[in-house]
Design a protein around this ligand. Structure first.
Ligand code: EPS
Length: 388
């Protein structure tokens, strides 16, 4: 239904994305996208590059008179840093960094210099993913669906998040530079990051992304690639440095008994309710109306100021890695990136569920969706011969 491609290199002239399949009639302008781009640029643990870039989007197609037309939406973000790379010879890069795309990219594409691998593998590309995600978030908002997120842990410093409402968490996270809703933990995270920057190292962490007000019925168990958590997992795992994803309390649930894991159903004024959400809002590959709770583990960035052991492919000798300017901890900045990827999948699943080419067609269909209410779940209560 909805699809997008990105193009561009980290230090090339610009980054572009084409989002195809967005319905017509969505009011859209650059400011809506720039708001999310600014969030992606804010976060403690960035390197010098973020002082150079001032990401702002140009909308080159798919929007006329301030509204989407149903045509592909084309977005472009200039790389300010490009001016310093243009028309100059760049020193060869021949010592692959462990954990980076340098070696695998060079073997795969027969590069004679490692730079093309890192240029495209770089998380700079996520700039235009966030532009696409901003459109998807804005689209979902027309249906009352919110996608937000925050940092749960950085290194071994963990947030204490027991009681707070998700919307409160989203807002609290934006109040500090590590995007953690627990202000005390945020201070510890920041202090820990200052330590690792001094120690010339990097740190990863765990992010939580949550989608609220998602209707029952997105995704399907009818085929493996229609399952909603499978689609979301692929999207989250596609983000640079993300190496693990879980839904709800998946890894914790694996240690518990079935009777302690599943979210009991109760009836409240003819509506089926749950008091827990250990499943993370998806059952049978289909959204169940509860918040969709996703967690993603980000590895520590592979470029470290402290050299790591590698082999210089030019000299054929074992050697230390050479330092490339980089971030120390991109975990806080990954929040809007992962939100964007989740919003893209949910927008796609919503369009699939509702059909329709314009927002005007879709809104009444959304209002008419069946819910987990007794009146929407008529059972005929008779025996059937299912196979003759
Ligand atoms: C990145 C390396 C750094 C980051 C960059 C991603 O860039 P540079 O090598 O130019 O210093 O700053 O991230 C961004 C530019 C960005 O916008 O997030 C990498 O190798 O992945």
């Amino acid at each position: 239904m909805l699809r997008f491609l990105t193009a561009g290199e980290s230090h090339g002239p610009s980054l572009t994305a084409i989002l195809d399949g967005m319905p017509a009639g969505l009011k859209l302008n650059a400011a809506i996208i720039d708001f999310e781009l600014a969030r992606r640029q804010k976060g403690f643990g960035s390197g010098a590059r973020m002082k150079i870039e001032r990401d702002s989007v140009q909308i080159l197609g798919g929007v006329m008179a301030g509204e989407t037309t149903g045509a592909p939406i084309t977005v472009l973000v200039q790389n300010m840093d490009h001016a310093r790379w243009k028309a100059r010879a760049v020193e060869p890069m021949t010592a692959p960094r462990p954990g980076h795309a340098d070696l695998t990219g060079a073997v795969k594409y027969a590069y004679q210099d490692l730079r093309p691998a890192l240029e495209r593998a770089s998380a700079r590309e996520t700039t235009v993913r966030v532009a696409v995600g901003a459109v998807c978030k804005h689209f979902l908002a027309q249906f009352g669906i919110t996608v937000g997120g925050y940092v749960r842990s950085i290194g071994e410093v963990e947030a204490e998040l027991s009681a707070a409402d998700y919307r409160v968490r989203f807002e609290a996270a934006e109040q500090n530079e590590v995007r953690c809703p627990d202000q005390a933990a945020a201070e510890k995270m920041r202090a820990r990051l200052e330590e690792i920057i001094r120690a010339k190292d990097t740190l990863g962490g765990i992010l939580e992304i949550v989608a609220l007000n998602v209707p029952v019925g997105l995704g399907s168990f009818s085929q493996w690639d229609k399952r909603l958590e499978a689609r979301l997992a692929m999207a989250l795992m596609s983000v640079q440095a993300i190496k693990g994803v879980e839904f709800g309390d998946a890894f914790e649930n694996a240690r518990r008994l079935g009777t302690q894991v599943h979210d009991s159903m109760t009836l409240e004024r003819s509506s089926l309710q749950r008091s827990t959400n250990r499943a993370g809002g998806i059952e049978g590959g289909i959204s169940n109306g509860q918040p969709i709770v996703m967690r993603a583990a980000m590895k520590p960035i592979a470029t470290t100021l402290t050299p790591q052991h590698t082999v210089d492919l030019a000299s054929g000798q074992e050697s230390p890695t050479k330092y490339e300017r980089s971030d120390f901890c991109p975990v806080p900045r990954a929040v809007p990136i992962l939100e964007s990827m989740a919003a893209f999948v949910l927008a796609d699943a919503l369009i699939e569920k509702l059909g329709g080419d314009s927002l005007g067609e879709m809104l009444p269909r959304f209002a008419a969706l069946r819910k987990a209410r007794l009146e929407d779940l008529k059972m005929d209560n008779t025996s059937h011969v299912f196979w003759e």
